[in-house]
Design a protein around this ligand. Structure first.
Ligand code: NAD
Ligand code: UDP
Length: 324
């Protein structure tokens, strides 16, 4: 029987957060999900509402919150470019004020706190694949900066609370992750391509499709996050979590067309500004320190995700922003 804890998950109703809630509720922990539902729906966690060890709080983490918990997973932040660029100032506030609020809580409660950071801290990288030691190449005044620099500032705050106040922190840098419960209108490449393929709409490739990403299935990712939280206190990160198999965006489109048996045509659209040319995690550290590596192959994960997209009624989803 594991030691049962009181655990706060900010952004707990989102794509990754709802799976994390599910996983920790199943283990028996007392889970508090905090979310303002900017990019998520209650349906992601409605099946947990009857569990006696699950609690939902509607709250915006830009504002302080007073709770007593043993662990905090800080996931609250819009993650898709179309969502975080909708109100960039709010995105920065969520990252920075949100980090200060959870760190303040962790300091007061002496709780452990994990930050969901991102591969975006590496910007458009000149080093490939990206190890944690790489300091990144971010345009601080570009349209992605609200997210990239917000997450970089949050990492700084986590390290400073750790050095100044001995707060027990964990930093994970998450690379592109996909799976069931992604918002179908979030504008991310996997959700766009699957939605377009199953409705036989044109598949929109931005640029020439030669840019690369490395896609991690959500189960692998959630497993890695929990391992990092429960790892030894002498390894606080940052640690990369992602799948090291790299694909071009054109290859991703072709696989999705094949798996959905779609009649969609591929069309090209302009590449958004500052769109990183390539991205692949170096996961040597995660393997060494956490004995973690992804196990789900792209076609396997996409098949499960396509199945979920086919099971939902797209008309029931409201696009959180017009930018998809
Ligand atoms: P998501 O948009 O599905 O989830 C984010 C959740 O945070 C949503 O439920 C949203 O309503 C909530 N939220 C946003 N702002 C908030 C605020 N001010 N107060 C309270 N709640 C707020 O995205 P996701 O993919 O599940 O991402 C979760 C976390 O993981 C994010 O911090 C993101 O930056 C990080 N991450 C995700 C990926 C990925 O590929 N999925 C990659 C890198 C990092
Ligand atoms: N992309 C695309 N078509 C789409 C959506 C995205 O070609 O309909 C591209 C996008 O330009 C980027 C890649 O896919 O090069 C991944 O985009 P996503 O928004 O999923 O994530 P991020 O850029 O943050 O890694």
């Amino acid at each position: 029987m594991p030691h049962l804890k009181r655990i706060l998950i900010t952004g707990g109703a989102g794509f990754l957060g709802s799976h994390l809630c599910e996983c920790l509720v199943e283990t028996g922990h007392d889970v508090i999900c905090v979310d303002n539902f900017f990019t998520s729906q209650k349906r992601n966690i409605s099946h947990l509402l009857d569990c006696s060890n699950f609690e939902l709080v509607r709250h915006d983490i830009v504002h302080p919150l007073w709770l007593e918990v043993d662990e905090i997973y800080n996931l609250a932040c819009p993650a898709a470019p179309g969502h975080y660029q909708y109100n960039p100032i709010k995105t920065m506030k969520t990252s920075v004020s949100g980090a200060m609020n959870v760190l303040g809580m962790a300091k007061r409660c002496r709780s452990k706190v994990l930050q969901a950071s991102t591969s975006e801290v590496y910007g458009d990288p000149e080093v490939h694949p990206q190890p944690e030691s790489y300091r990144g190449s971010v345009n601080p005044i570009g349209i992605r900066a609200c997210y990239d620099e917000g997450k970089r500032a949050a990492e700084t705050l986590f390290m400073d609370y750790h050095r100044a106040h001995d707060v027990n922190i964990r930093l994970v840098r998450i690379f592109n992750t996909y799976g069931p419960r992604m918002h179908p209108y979030d504008g991310r490449v996997v959700s766009n391509f699957i939605r377009q393929a199953i409705t036989n709409d044109a598949i929109t490739i931005f640029g020439d499709g030669s840019q690369t990403r490395s896609f991690c299935y959500r189960d692998d990712l959630v497993h890695g996050i929990v391992k990092m939280m429960n790892g030894t206190d002498d390894f606080i990160g940052p640690v990369n979590l992602g799948n090291p198999h790299e694909f071009t965006i054109l290859q991703l489109a072709e696989v999705i067309i094949k798996l959905t048996d779609s009649k969609s045509k591929i069309i090209k659209k302009p590449l958004p500004k500052d769109d990183p040319v390539r991205r692949r995690p170096d996961i040597t550290l995660a393997k060494q320190k956490l004995s973690w590596e992804p196990t789900v192959l792209l076609e396997e994960g996409l098949t499960k995700t396509i199945e979920w997209f086919r099971s939902i009624n797209l008309d029931e989803f409201r696009a959180p922003t017009p930018n998809y």
